[in-house]
Design a protein around this ligand. Structure first.
Ligand code: FAD
Ligand code: NAD
Length: 467
């Protein structure tokens, strides 16, 4: 058996693992990155990137079909080619995978293709296509990510009952698509397939979609999505379901009412769970909580010295940039640096049109935690750039602490909100106040001026809002 020695062995080459490998190698640690599937993990192969490729392609189509005319652009008989869209998406993935490989190798980290199993702290076994390899590593980092959660009474079958992975590759547009779960995956996939002509129904268990977002913003998003033709049934509990060659039927309860929904396919998007299968954690004794998440301390160390974990396998939001940041901070702290981490200022985005981007606390959570808060709002419909470009739906909402004006949360519902949120994150990361944002000069005409207006409105002195 081949045998190799490293300072650090990383299991899983998703955004957590490959970023940790780059940073560790930059810091001079002899590093190996072990991946059983494709470089880039969930995010690059079946998550963030393919979903955004299809969201962009379908947004172009929807705009040319329905939006361009208002700009005086006529485009009769516009059609789409789903095969080309899927091919483009695959091309994006392939080229980015190559990029990840080059980045990791250029820093001097080694890539090992195979499935890793932890024998004990300090020793891994990797099943590669050429046989088993033993890897000695002073430190082992688990970055094995997550997998979709299914419905107990309607297991995934890859055809009629599917997860996001299959929904990113449907070869034809389903006539009727049921989506269970109105979170990030449900709403992004609903947008993609609805834009291509599917009749999409989103079934959400809680009283509103996007329940992790600020209530007012989520309610505004719901109205806009319904206007786009997506059917949404909230407070709807799925109680049973059957799938057959002819399609899927779901039984549900809403209040006192029994409901039934049928479709060609159902996308189950009710969350994801940490993936630690076949890693040997039980025999090594790595502790996990009731949700299967690996417990770690501030250095990302598990209860077993020499074994660490980051990303979707530990607690916190399951987001690529959270996994990346943990990868960087983990490597730096392992190398002896004192690196800051800002877990309370991790932005999140739902890439619908308009997008919802948030950082910090919702209004309800801010009141529950701090009592008195100030709230500033600005309607995107009053922003010059938004009006000129034809993307005038949405709002910016900002929450600050009443006693010292410190920013507690910023929530943006707007076209391009994913880019706008960065400045709010920067202000909050460095302890900024609503007044700091109000005094920051924003270029005109830009959508970002809406942020400044919301900050001004928190102090009752908006410029571009009627009294
Ligand atoms: P992963 O990316 O899941 O990577 C884990 C890797 O470990 C995998 O490649 C797996 O093959 C490998 N592995 C597992 N076990 C072993 C083993 N024993 N040996 C070797 N390798 C192993 N997040 C965002 O921030 N923005 C988005 O827009 C976004 N969109 C998403 C869209 C979809 C449809 C989905 C499903 C997710 C999306 N996410 C998004 C979430 C994001 O993909 C995850 O939070 C992120 O990928 C987690 O990174 P990770 O490194 O922890 O794990
Ligand atoms: P999620 O937790 O974001 O949303 C799941 C939704 O399903 C929630 O609204 C929940 O109330 C609902 N739900 C749960 N059980 C249900 C049931 N039985 N019936 C009806 N509704 C039910 O999970 P997701 O959308 O599956 O995404 C998984 C993970 O991937 C999330 O952590 C998310 O952050 C991440 N992700 C992020 C992005 C992004 O950043 N844009 C995109 C996709 C996925």
């Amino acid at each position: 058996m081949d045998n190799r020695s490293f300072d650090l062995a990383i299991i899983g080459a998703g955004p957590g693992g490959y970023v940790a490998a780059i940073r560790a190698a930059q810091l001079g640690l002899r590093t190996v990155l072990i991946e059983k599937g494709e470089l880039g993990g969930t995010c690059l192969n079946v998550g963030c990137i393919p979903s955004k490729a299809l969201l962009q392609s379908t947004e172009h189509f929807a705009f040319i079909k329905d939006g361009a005319r208002t700009h005086g652009v006529e485009s009769d008989g516009v059609r789409f080619d789903l095969g080309r869209m899927l091919q483009r998406k695959e091309g994006v993935i392939t080229s980015m995978r190559k990029g990840v490989s080059q980045l990791v190798k250029s820093r001097g980290a080694e890539i090992l293709k195979g499935r890793a199993f932890i024998e004990r702290a300090g020793l891994l076994k990797v099943m590669t296509s050429e046989g088993e390899i033993a890897v000695d590593a002073k430190n082992i980092l688990i970055a094995t990510g997550s997998v979709p959660v299914g419905l107990p009474f309607l297991p995934f079958d890859g055809n009629h009952v599917v997860s996001s992975t299959e929904a990113l590759s449907f070869e034809s547009v389903p006539e009727r698509l049921l989506v269970v779960g109105g979170g990030a995956i449900g709403l992004e996939m609903a947008s993609i397939w609805s834009r291509l002509g599917a009749e999409v129904t989103v079934l959400e268990f809680l009283p509103r979609i996007a329940p992790a977002s600020d209530a007012e913003v989520a309610t505004a998003l719901e109205k806009l999505l319904i206007r786009q033709g997506i059917r949404i049934s909230t407070a709807t509990r799925i109680t049973g379901g059957t799938a057959s060659a002819s399609g899927v039927t779901l039984e549900a309860v809403k209040g006192d009412e029994a409901l039934s929904f049928s479709g060609d396919k159902v996308l189950v998007a009710v969350g994801r769970k940490p993936f630690t299968g076949d890693l040997g954690l039980e025999s090594v004794g790595v502790a996990r909580d009731s949700k299967g998440r690996i417990g770690v301390d501030e250095r990302f160390s598990t209860n077993i010295p020499g074994i660490y974990a980051i990303g979707d396998v530990i607690s916190g939001p399951m987001l690529a940039h959270k996994a990346e940041e943990e990868g960087i901070v983990f490597a730096e702290r392992l190398a002896g640096q004192v690196s800051p981490l800002h877990p309370e200022h991790i932005p999140s985005v739902i890439y619908t049109d308009p997008e919802v981007a948030s950082v910090g606390l919702s209004e309800d959570d801010a009141i529950a935690r701090f009592g008195e808060v100030k709230v500033g709002r600005f309607s995107v419909a009053a922003n010059g750039r938004a009006i000129a470009s034809g993307h005038a739906s949405g709002m910016v909402k900002l929450i600050s602490l009443a006693k010292d004006d410190r920013l507690l949360g910023v929530h943006i519902l707007a076209h391009g909100a994913s880019e706008l949120i960065a400045s709010a994150v920067a202000h909050m990361t460095y302890g900024g106040s609503a007044e700091d944002l109000a005094r920051t000069v924003h270029a005109h005409p830009t959508l970002s001026e809406s942020l400044r207006e919301a900050a001004l409105s928190a102090d009752n002195r908006p410029i571009h809002a009627l009294r």
